[in-house]
Write a protein that binds this ligand. Structure first.
Ligand SMILES: *Cc1c(COP(=O)(O)O)cnc(C)c1O
Ligand SMILES: [Zn+2]
Length: 407
């Protein structure tokens, strides 16, 4: 059995669907989740089988939705490393701190996971055109994988999205629409477009397979911890596919008997300028409200209302996790600090997660004995236009001074 895929199930009501035909969401409007024959796999599918396979996300193919190996569209989405930050760990009195560095994936962000699995499955289902709204990185990844598979891609993104991923979308041959506002307005445009055409909408949680790709971060973390889990996972959250994916991965691994029942506490980090989930969590709400005038330099987290907000909030409660906001100022300072003391160049979102680690350590939500994995969701190189401030820390000179000493 190449894939153990069984069916699709609604995340909210009891409805199920067979997985062989294309589906977007449940008739009730909630996201659909892929379900697997976990009972059949239990005992037959072994950890040692996985460890002998190539180090990329397809090593977990029994738990991925692509049923025909030949449908796979992959550029070797490597198992991403866990990197220590020795000086930061020492300063925070947190010896077991790691960054899972997603910047090494194709197109430079973890969006490649969702795109590789999502495009492969779309390709397998005979889809010829995909459409999505994006803050940039998802567009860049899906445009590249769509190009590789021969699918057409239509992408809408906010005018204020960073320039590099915008150019990547165009350069990969996607049809790109720029809109006023945020990803929410881009989403409206895409929804209208798919209504008029036969395009398959691959917005976060509007089809079930992007999540399956994102889930592989969770598989990798468990495998890298020798089939156990860390105490805390810190995730810079926008639409929340990463958080839900990691959680889903652990639930599936538990069902297979690969890991124990204890789950990591999920700490989701947002920017104060766009913190709908933090606000809902702090107010004890089950659902978030649309966050007006959403602004942050961590564009990947600029999602005024996540479609899966109820699921994300439930995961935080269930794992005894937390939602915490950091300012753009803190994100900037953290990004510069980590690079200057530990040589690690995070993207703003990854820096937000690390600023979150700092805050949660101060709050003692994170204890000195905790094993903590903070996700660096993408490459800092995608955000070089933001670095004018990068050296504005401590006693260091400004970038202008750097230029002054250049030959
Ligand atoms: C999309 C994105 C995020 C947010 O991830 P979600 O899984 O949608 O919450 C964080 N960082 C970067 C770099 C991103 O591109
Ligand atoms: Zn439903």
């Amino acid at each position: 059995m190449f894939s153990g895929l069984s069916h699709l199930a609604c995340s909210k009501c009891a409805k199920t669907y067979e997985a062989r035909t294309r589906r977007q969401m449940c008739d009730c409007g909630a996201p659909l989740f892929a379900r697997y024959h976990l009972d059949e796999l239990r005992g037959k599918f072994k950890k040692t089988t996985i460890s002998q396979r190539p180090q990329n996300l397809w090593r977990y193919h029994e738990l991925l939705p692509v049923t025909n190996e030949r449908a796979i569209i992959s550029m070797s989405e490597v198992m991403t490393p866990l990197i220590a930050l020795p000086k930061t760990a020492q300063a925070l009195d947190l010896p077991n701190l790691w960054v899972k560095d997603e910047s090494v994936l194709p197109t430079g962000t973890f969006k490649a996971r969702g795109a590789s699995v999502g495009i492969s499955r779309a390709h397998e289902l005979g889809i010829t055109e995909i459409a999505l709204p994006t803050n940039g990185n998802a567009g860049a990844a899906w445009a590249a994988y769509a190009a590789r598979s021969g699918l057409k891609s239509v992408i809408a993104l906010p005018k204020t999205a960073p320039r590099i991923p915008y150019l990547e979308c165009c350069y990969a041959g996607a049809k790109v629409e720029v809109v006023e506002g945020t990803i929410a307005q881009a989403g409206i445009l895409i929804a209208e477009y798919v209504k008029r055409t036969n395009a398959y909408e691959v917005s976060t949680f509007k089809e079930p397979y992007r999540l399956e790709g994102k889930k592989t971060i969770g598989f990798e973390i468990a495998e890298q911890f020798n089939w156990s889990v860390p105490d805390v996972i810190v995730y810079p959250t926008g639409g929340g596919a990463g958080v839900v994916g990691i959680y889903k991965a652990f639930i599936e691994l538990q069902a297979l008997g690969f890991i124990e029942q204890r789950l990591p506490r999920m700490a989701i980090i947002q920017a104060t300028g766009c913190a709908p989930l933090v606000r809902a969590f702090e107010q004890g709400q089950r659902e978030s409200r649309y966050f007006e005038d959403a602004q942050t330099i961590a564009y990947g987290m600029r999602v005024p209302k996540a479609l899966a907000d109820e699921i994300i909030l439930e995961i935080i409660r269930e794992t005894r996790g937390i939602a915490c906001a950091v300012t753009d100022e803190e994100i900037r300072d953290e990004r510069a600090r980590i690079l200057q003391v530990d040589g690690f160049h995070a993207c703003p979102e990854g820096a937000a997660a690390l600023a979150g680690v700092r805050k949660l350590r101060e709050l003692n939500f994170i204890k000195d004995s905790d094993r903590v994995v903070s996700i660096n969701t993408g490459s800092g190189l995608k955000y070089m236009e933001q670095v004018e401030w990068a050296q504005r820390i401590g006693e260091k000179e400004s970038l202008t001074d750097c230029q002054a000493v250049r030959p």
